[in-house]
Design a protein around this ligand. Structure first.
Ligand SMILES: [Mn+2]
Length: 258
């Protein structure tokens, strides 16, 4: 029987995790392991050389879950090292409250939990909803419906190594369809709120965006679910030839640059 691990970054009691767990249960046996508190924007954080607390909890519908006092990537990392039954056939992370598009993906705990999974050789799908305030279960249910379709297909087809699928669903309970997309470019408009001895990063939410057709941003803003394959090899392959032409060698002069 298909075995699925579900995690998230909004914390083990977030509504998106419950909606995703319920949808995944239609596809197989599910284990839930998730952060004890909201770990949004924790990035690909790995906790080393210190204790990581964990406990058994129950989701609102009674589903048992492991709550971990670490990052989303920690949840998958310690899961893979033996805290839970491993390996699953797939890891599914989400449903995040808020989109994870363009450069968001390196901040996102939802996405980095999926990246941690493929480091451990298990395919993964990250799922996010383009709504930062939603407690509307219908929105999560519609997102989870599409997540189940994508997950079922991924189980049939298999992903290449170190590759995840990043699924973002629009702020709609009637999704128009699924678009295969590339990462767009998001313009952050963060500002610094500076006090005498603390600073705080604030900004309009969701901030500025460019949403060229074919990008993840464009799809969710036009009522479509966005599906982007993401590879952990971040090498800028298209720049390699130009970089070679810089002719950097250990005995290159520094041309007086200072
Ligand atoms: Mn989050």
């Amino acid at each position: 029987m298909t075995y699925i691990v579900v995690t998230n970054d909004d914390g083990v009691f977030a509504p998106g995790l419950l909606a995703l767990t319920m949808a995944m249960r239609e596809l197989g046996r599910v284990s839930v392991i998730a952060p004890s508190i909201n770990q949004s924007a924790s990035g690909h954080k790995k906790t080393l050389h210190q204790d990581i607390p964990y406990s058994q909890v129950a989701l609102a519908d009674g589903t048992p879950a492991i709550s971990v006092g670490g990052s989303p990537a920690d949840c998958i990392g310690v899961g893979a090292l033996g805290l839970i039954e491993w390996p699953p056939d797939i890891v599914v992370s989400g449903i995040n409250r808020g989109p994870n598009v363009s450069q968001d993906i390196t901040y996102s705990g939802t996405v980095t939990a999926a990246l941690e999974s493929v480091i451990h050789g298990v395919p993964a799908v990250a799922v996010s909803l383009d709504n930062r305030v939603a407690n509307d279960i219908e929105l999560y249910r519609e997102s989870a419906r599409v997540a189940a379709i994508v997950t079922a297909r991924t189980l049939q087809k298999q992903l290449p190594p170190l590759t995840i699928l990043n699924l973002n669903t629009p702020n709609s309970d009637q999704i128009k369809g699924i678009r295969l997309t590339r990462q767009g470019v998001r313009i952050y408009q963060d500002e610094l709120d500076m006090k005498e001895d603390v600073v705080r990063v604030v900004g309009p939410d969701p901030g500025g965006m460019t949403d060229e057709e074919g990008t993840d941003l464009w799809a969710v803003h036009n009522g479509y679910a966005s599906l982007t394959p993401i590879h952990l090899d971040m090498t800028a392959h298209r720049f390699m030839a130009d970089l070679a032409a810089w002719d950097i060698t250990t005995d290159s002069p520094n041309n007086g640059a200072s």
